[in-house]
Write a protein that binds this ligand. Structure first.
Ligand code: PAF
Length: 279
């Protein structure tokens, strides 16, 4: 069985032994309840590195006071089976105290964390940047893998890695979708069957926007089309629909290099999705 370790010291023992043998190391940071989206990250990491560590930690510091930290789905047995079958070598599954015992230090990225999801979730990216920095320092991987479904997170992490000179290559991996187009997410499990059907409005809206952008529509038209398609669904409550510059996350002037991102409440579940045009 794949080893599941709970302490920083144990992760370091494994990684040091691999390094002594000249092996490369990949890290896939996750909050567990792994699905095919995570599997695609692990598969890619296994292809590109000799040894892969999957961190499986529901990070309390990235959840706001009224968010779903307590109810976030957890299934360590299933996660371990998926990691093992995918060829990962180690799971790091610490308790919050192992990560945050009396910690007074945090990592924050300015500006690009204040827009999109940062508006509704003001402490979220501080929690993400802090935990990801810690995981980078614990595992010291050559490469780390993140999904494009959390496109803002991916950009924030790339910026943090550049600004703080982490010697780690950040690999962004494409969104993995259900057969009908819904982006895979651990939070999809919260959806009732009616909400699950209604949730397809995100994909429909983004497709409308994408088609319009591809045929020369301007930013405002793309945004309006996405929003109006989503709002046709009575169960959907839009948190935001934005079309921003892919590098700065500031409002885009044209559709050449954009992130079109949406966050939508479906009942109590907040879903996100996006498309990008550009590199
Ligand atoms: O994307 C996630 O699952 C989390 O935000 C991450 C990167 C594992 C940090 O807790």
């Amino acid at each position: 069985m794949i080893p599941i370790v709970k302490t920083v010291a144990d992760v370091r023992k494994y990684v040091k032994a691999w390094r002594r043998e000249g092996k490369t190391v990949g890290l896939v940071p996750t909050m567990g309840f792994l699905h095919e989206g995570h599997k695609s990250l692990i598969d890619r990491a296994v292809k590109e590195n000799d040894c892969v560590v999957v961190s499986d930690f529901v990070n309390p510091t990235q959840f706001g006071p009224n968010e779903d930290f307590e109810t976030y789905p957890r299934d360590m047995e299933k996660d371990a089976a998926l990691c093992e079958a995918s060829g990962a070598k180690l799971i790091f599954n610490p308790e919050p105290d192992e990560m945050y015992d009396n910690a007074l230090t945090t990592v924050s990225v300015d500006k690009i964390t204040k827009v999109l999801c940062g508006r509704t979730r003001p402490i979220h990216f501080n929690g993400v940047c802090t935990v990801v920095s810690k995981l980078f320092n614990i595992v010291m991987p050559d490469r780390a893998y993140f999904g494009q479904k959390d496109a803002q997170q991916l950009l924030v992490i790339r910026k943090m890695v550049k600004d703080l000179n982490f010697d780690i290559e950040i690999i962004g991996c494409p969104i993995i979708r259900e057969a009908d187009g819904l982006a895979k997410s651990s939070r999809n499990t919260y959806l009732s069957s009616e909400e699950r059907k209604a949730a397809l409005c995100l994909f429909r809206g983004l497709n409308k926007g994408r088609e319009a952008a591809d045929t020369g529509a301007d930013v405002d038209t793309v945004k309006a089309l996405i929003r109006s398609e989503i709002e046709k669904e009575p169960m959907a409550k839009v948190d935001y629909v934005e079309v921003v510059d892919l590098d700065t996350l500031e409002p885009a002037a044209d559709t050449k290099n954009i992130l079109a991102a949406v966050a939508v409440y479906m009942g109590r579940t907040r879903l996100i999705d996006n498309f990008i045009i550009g590199d």
